[in-house]
Design a protein around this ligand. Structure first.
Ligand code: AMP
Length: 114
């Protein structure tokens, strides 16, 4: 499968990796939208939130409950606050069809998003 994030997960394409374990990889976004902007991806290919299966519940919980708070603290944005975004599908603005959670921080976020 020709998936750029699968290639990053496999180390075939370079990325600025900030965290990695057996299930996930986190790396800096190429076009950062905030002073801190990292993407957290599962190493296995999951196309989007809609493709998470029963067997992926531990993976989803790991990303949200373990990796996001850990990285927010390490990146220094936990105290002031940060935003996570998971664009899904065309109208959701998803451009890379491998599940990824954006973690953005280091500036005040606006609402509603664009
Ligand atoms: P989305 O629009 O939610 O699908 O987000 C895809 C994100 O991936 C965008 O913010 C891109 O800047 C980012 N991106 C695309 N290719 C790369 C890459 N090779 N390394 C790091 N970030 C990337």
């Amino acid at each position: 499968m020709d998936c750029i994030f699968c290639k990053i997960a496999a180390g075939e394409i370079p990325a600025t990796v900030v965290y990695e374990d057996e299930l996930v990889k986190a790396f800096r976004d190429l076009e950062p939208q905030a002073p801190e902007h990292v993407l957290i991806i599962p190493k296995k290919h999951v196309g989007s939130l809609l493709e998470l299966g029963e067997e992926d519940k531990d993976l989803a919980a790991h990303i949200l409950a373990d990796v996001v708070p850990k990285l927010a603290k390490e990146l220094g944005v936990a105290e002031k606050g940060f935003r996570i975004v998971c664009n899904t599908g065309e109208e959701g603005g998803q451009t890379v069809h491998h599940l990824h959670v954006h973690l953005l921080g280091g500036r005040s976020m606006q609402w509603p998003p664009g």
